[in-house]
Each structure stands twice: as structure tokens, then as C-alpha cells.
Write a protein of this length. Sequence first.
Length: 136
Amino acid sequence: MTTLDRTANIPEVVEEVRQLFERYETALIEKDVDVLDNTFWRSPHTIRYALHENGYGFDEIHKHRVARPPGPGIKEKRLRLEILTLGRDFATVNLEFKVTGRDLVGRQSQTWVRFPEDGWKVVAAHVSTVNKDALW
């Protein structure tokens, strides 16, 4: 067993990240741009791939946030939420969801880092759908 195995999914760290993720999800629906912006690392290195956006850097991600209408978006129902924390300063969040009104499964992933000066921030995120008919 490695050191990371022993520090994986410390319950209080998992809960801390879960609460931040839920806060982000609520902010998406309510279009709370302040919370959305505060969730992401304010860096040109931050990346967010979405269905209709490739956000390279915090400024591009922010522009998309401002332009996006409020509302539930594409998530009709959660299918599976997985949170993995390694130590006290690194986490991944992965969500599978049913796409509203379509026979599609969506996927959302986020990489979180706890910064000494700013706390937890998303440094990379990705939203996509699964094409069940795609061939390798």
C-alpha cells in the first residue's frame, strides 16, 4: 500500500469537496457568476472543455459564464457521482448524468486543487456526452 492509498478519500476532505461541487452545481442553475468564478483557479492555465466551448484560461471561462443563460442546463438526472481525494489538497469529481430530453449520457469531470492562499479551486474541467453508436 502506497502513501497515496493511505490518504485516499479522507472522509472530511471528501465531504468538503462534495459541498463545493454542490455549491457549483447550484450556481450553474442560478447563474451565480460570482460563485462560478470563485470555483475556478484564476489562471491562464485553467481549462474548461464544455459542449459548446473550449475555455483556455480563466478569462475565456468567465466570458462563457456571463453569456450562458440561467437554468438547469442539460442535466436531467444524476446517474453516478464519484469523488476521489488524494491527501488533503487534490481531488477529482466525476459525474455521469442523463441528458435532458435525449437518449444520451453526459459526463462531467473536474480536477480540484487546494491552494494555500485561495482554498479549493477547479484547475481543469470537461463536459461531454457519450455517443453509444461510435465505433473505435
